[in-house]
Design a protein around this ligand. Structure first.
Ligand code: UT7
Length: 329
């Protein structure tokens, strides 16, 4: 039987747009305050894509950064997976646009949609392809332009989201490096708690759907909140169990950055102190699939983790979906 290959991260990258939207700016747009946003959510500012930027242009920038980090050329890439809920267009896949911009002419391309858990779902797909021997170099790009689907008149959601892209290059690596375990969960019965109702086959775009603001994020924030901390803690536990490891062997928890209070709850339920938790929610807000990818890249850049470090990535999001990925860099 063919030997199962170990997949690991050999490069990471990220891109954030230049424009900063602060809580003070938002105070002028909706009925909110810096104090409410800071204490309830933990965000101070977020990035907003320029008019000429899209999910694929930001994703391609992050991908270039990750390929440079891995010392690889675009032609080395066998597969591009893009995790996004804000594709450039409904189809073709945003991964195809990224392929064109990179010149990664040998790569197969597709998108996956698992909302904020998208990067972790993407890593699991990359791992499976590499472990099977089907592909050697896989680029996972998590990119979002949430500012384009945010209802800037709805204070319940307008204060939460931002734009960003993160990327990781995966290849076969030698033990003990690599992805140690992945746990993925989903509950489709809760799909309507966090959704974008218009524009698909159920409600194709019409003047009516536009007038009813159905092309923006709709969220029952409280319901999502109640679920999120527990889901992330459960995912951490299952990923650790699968790898036969304990939480005190984790050097850094890299959680989805949706709400500081959710992150604190997840850490508490996982018996992990906050000094082992990576946070950048204050400066970027919730960038859906991109949060964990950007955070991993920044944690490496800042020297919070390095070769041999054990990282636990964890997220939850629309679908509902949730999951965790335990890896040694
Ligand atoms: O990536 C996954 C995506 N989503 C999430 O992770 C979101 C999860 N949920 C949350 O993070 C929180 O539920 C929110 C931050 C969205 C809301 O926080 P909350 O503590 O659950 O507040 P709430 O919805 O219970 O609202 C409390 C009050 C309400 O006023 P009343 O009814 O008590 O008078 C809201 O209208 O806060 C009000 N409120 C605001 N006030 C000022 C809601 N949004 C705002 C705002 N500024 N931006």
């Amino acid at each position: 039987m063919k030997e199962r290959l170990n997949a690991g991260i050999v490069g990471t990258g990220r891109y954030v747009p230049e424009k900063i939207l602060t809580n003070r700016d938002l105070e002028k747009m909706v009925d909110t305050t810096d104090e409410w946003i800071t204490t309830r959510v933990g965000i101070k500012e977020r990035r907003i894509a320029a008019p000429y930027e899209t999910t694929s242009t930001m994703g391609a920038q992050a991908a270039r950064d990750a390929l440079a980090d891995a010392k690889l050329a675009p032609e080395d890439v066998d597969l591009i997976i893009t995790a996004t809920i804000t594709p450039d267009v409904p189809w073709p896949a945003t991964a195809s646009f990224i392929q064109r911009q990179l010149g990664a002419t040998r790569a197969a391309c597709f998108d996956i949609e698992a909302a904020c858990t998208g990067f972790i779902y993407g890593l699991s797909v990359a791992q499976a392809y590499i472990a099977s021997g089907m592909y050697r170099t896989v680029l996972v790009v998590a990119a979002e332009t949430l500012s384009r689907i945010t209802d800037w008149e709805d204070r319940n959601t307008a204060v939460l989201f931002g734009d960003a892209a993160g990327a990781a290059v995966l290849q076969p690596v030698s033990e003990p490096r690599g992805i140690l375990s992945v746990y993925l969960g989903a509950d489709g019965s809760k799909g309507d708690l966090l959704e974008l109702p218009g524009g698909g086959s159920r409600k194709p775009a019409t003047h009516e759907t536009v007038d009813q603001r159905q092309h923006y994020i709709r969220m029952k924030g409280n319901e999502v909140f109640k679920f999120a901390g527990r889901a992330m803690a459960q995912a951490n536990k299952r990923a650790l169990e699968k790898a036969g490891m304990k939480i005190d062997q984790v050097d850094l928890l890299i959680p989805h950055q949706a709400n500081m209070r959710i992150i604190q709850a997840a850490a508490r339920l996982s018996s992990l102190s906050m000094d082992k938790v990576y946070l950048n929610i204050e400066k970027y807000g919730n960038t859906s699939a991109a949060t964990t990818a950007v955070a991993l890249a920044e944690a490496r850049l800042e020297g919070r983790v390095g070769p041999g470090s054990v990282c636990l990535l964890v997220a939850f999001g629309g679908g509902f979906t949730w999951g965790a990925c335990l890896l040694r860099l």
